[in-house]
Design a protein around this ligand. Structure first.
Ligand SMILES: Cc1cc2nc3c(=O)[nH]c(=O)nc-3n(C[C@H](O)[C@H](O)[C@H](O)COP(=O)(O)O)c2cc1C
Length: 381
């Protein structure tokens, strides 16, 4: 199987599974507890049908959107994800380059493996910085200031990770940074020699957003421990309001799920919210963002930009979310499997396929602009 054999999410996932060590594949693929929310995220789209209109002159379609003050050539962006250099040695550079090529936004995680400054300088396309609120308030202030100085366009504070989700696949494989592997996990690395060669012959693994503040030289830190030991579970609305004031620019909260929280976000001056359950990796049993979208758009959609992520694998999923009122949607695993499978070429292929699907489906729906997608296009089962 090669990259040219990949035509959809499932193909990229399969190629990634064949090319990267099992513990890494499972870190990307897995969710929390029984993975009910993970499955629901995609299944939710199947409860909703598209109702096309015909004969409306769709020779050209414009799929560009404006969100959080940014003009995006397509209505989906690469949601911030951790540790990309582990998945492929090109890491965040591959994702940023592909996002720039397609004129869309990409996120850099607090747990990113390339610095936000380098990415900001090299790639001309809207850049999000994804912030985790640490116990160390000095670290928080420094990070905010660094992002401002770097020229980050959108600040995104993740609020669904107040403690680590229970990712049992990672517990079984011993996935941690740097690696501490079970014997079974070691074997997986041995049988994926290309990945191993690329890993050791390229730049060493770093967490440049955190390096100055976290000493990981003394041992391994599981992702669960990072969340539990370093992030601040006492974070409250007042802390966020202070951050919003300090940032004084486009600021969104990622991981909002309730109407009352959405209203509160608008009240404290956020310019956007992202409905998200972190790709089913945090609270299992949590509702899917798509299922929750309409009521939140109705409550705050006239005041702030509402976005969503979780489970998006198809252009038609994007169209359904936009029809309900999302201004744009985020994808995670959709580009991560492509990255793991084939680096920048993989991510470019994935984004290109998604863009083509959206354009084709827009035409089939009889819509030439995103604004023409409305709830009258949808029926729920
Ligand atoms: C491997 C992986 C790492 C992630 N790392 C982060 C992160 O560092 N910060 C964050 O806010 N969200 C993170 N997320 C969540 C994504 O930003 C996004 O919410 C989620 O992947 C969307 O679901 P999807 O993968 O089904 O598209 C991560 C997701 C995955 C799969």
């Amino acid at each position: 199987m090669r990259l040219r054999d990949c035509f959809n999410f499932h193909d990229f996932r399969e190629l990634a599974r064949r090319r990267v060590p099992g513990p890494i594949f499972n870190y990307i693929d897995g969710g929390a507890d029984d993975e009910v929310t993970l499955r629901r995220n995609t299944a939710g789209f199947e409860q909703c049908d598209l109702v096309p209109s015909i004969l409306r002159g769709v020779e050209t379609v414009d799929i560009s959107v404006s969100v959080m003050g940014q003009k995006l050539a397509m209505p989906f962006y690469c949601s911030p994800t951790a540790l990309q250099r582990l998945f492929h040695h090109q890491g965040e550079r591959a994702v940023a380059a592909a996002a720039a090529k397609f004129g869309t936004m990409f996120g850099v995680s607090s747990l990113g493996t390339v610095s936000m400054e380098e990415l900001r300088k090299k790639y001309e396309t809207p850049q999000v910085y994804q912030f985790y609120f640490h116990k160390d308030r000095g670290l928080n202030r420094d990070m905010l200031q660094r992002a401002k100085q770097a020229g980050v366009d959108v600040m995104m504070l993740t609020v669904d990770s107040i403690t680590g989700g229970n990712r049992e696949r990672d517990l079984r494989t011993g996935f941690a940074i740097p690696f501490k592997l079970t014997p079974g996990g070691m074997l997986q690395f041995a049988i994926k020699p290309m990945w191993a060669i690329n890993y050791v012959t390229h730049e060493s693994f770093k967490l440049p957003q955190l390096d100055e503040h976290v000493d990981m030289s003394g041992g391994v830190m599981s992702i669960g421990r990072y969340f539990t030991e370093m992030l601040d579970p006492s974070m409250k609305w007042d802390d966020v309001a202070e951050m919003v004031r300090a940032w004084n620019g486009q600021f969104c909260l990622k991981g909002i799920m309730s109407v009352s929280d959405a209203k509160r976000a608008a009240e404290i001056g956020c310019t956007g919210i992202i409905l998200s359950n972190h790709g089913g990796r945090q609270l299992d049993g949590s509702r899917a963002a798509f299922d929750q979208l309409a009521e939140i758009v109705d409550a705050v959609g006239d005041r702030i930009d509402v976005m969503m992520d979780g489970g998006i694998q198809r252009g038609s999923h994007v169209l359904k979310a936009l029809s309900l009122g999302a201004k744009a949607v985020g994808v995670g695993r959709f580009y991560l499997f492509a990255l793991a499978a084939a680096g920048q070429a993989g991510v470019e292929r994935a984004l290109g396929l998604m863009k083509a699907e959206i354009e084709r489906d827009m035409k089939l729906m009889g819509c030439s602009t995103i604004k023409q997608l409305t709830r009258s296009n949808l029926r729920f089962r």
